[in-house]
Design a binder for this molecule. Sequence first.
Ligand code: PEP
Ligand code: MN
Length: 336
Amino acid sequence: MIIQLDSTISTPDKEAIISRIRSLEYKTTEVQTQRSAYIVAIGKRDFDIRQLGQLSGIADIHRVSDDYKLVSRKWKIGRTSVNLGDGVYIGDGSLAIMAGPCSIENEEQVQKTIDHLVKNGVRIMRGGVFKPRSSPYAFRGLGIDGLKMWHTLARKAGIKIISEVMQVSQIAEMHDYVDVFQVGARNTQNFNLLDELGKVDKAVMIKRGISGTIEELLYSAEYVFAAGNEKLILCERGIRTYERASRNTLDVNAIPILKEKTHLPVVADPSHGIGIREFVEPVALAAVMAGADGIIYETHQEPEKAASDGQQTLDFEESSRLIRRLQQASILLHEF
Ligand code: PEP
Ligand code: MN
């Protein structure tokens, strides 16, 4: 059960509500986000919710049968749209496009990517400065200095930044230089990281774990929401299956399933989802047709020379074509 509180509720009124709920053998968790105050109540006993409705300070009460509560679509009217400022949204009904290199490498690469995005009307740039690499000897990113350099160039061009945060200690140093914190597939269930991201007033995109279920992804988002941050986006980025012909298997099924289960925006990452450059476009289009709110993919001026993930990275010509096709697909879908 989710009890939405009036924004002006007094402490005694709140305490009265909590003690009444506890007297019904429900466990309570108080949640205060940027948008609202809630009490999440977990329990089994059936009772008439009108008993609570009479208490003052309650804006709304919702019964939610799912085990995850705040991210469930069952209680919320409408969908969550994450506002990144300056007219940039994820989940507002338009298709959000986020593109950029796997890793931020140098100033020239960043500027060329920004110019490419601006030319194509893309407002959000992706890029890693802290890179999770399977091998400790691979390029691990430019770190915070790379992010600051990128931020300076991106701000001049009106471009928003999404970048991966790998550990709690990086949140504070990255905070002023990113618009969206990305939680990588290897960190989907790093609950300490999720808790801490719940304390910041900044959007968070959580990628699905490499072997994670849809439900586990929803619980990860529930952690961030319950800790106070409802500016959340989910990302299907491919899961590990028995198939070895592709790097991962983009689970297109997850897109409509997630959209049915949660009010949060759902985006897809076809680059990591298939891992093969020439097939990024068809898979991206499939994700749009399945209802994705956005696409995040990798592009580089010279993919062959990219510091990481070159094999799945589009050059700027391919990227321009993909952007056009994504926009066409999105229009087509709305005409259905
Ligand atoms: C990335 O986006 O470059 C990345 C490392 O993604 P994932 O966490 O999905 O592997
Ligand atoms: Mn990558």
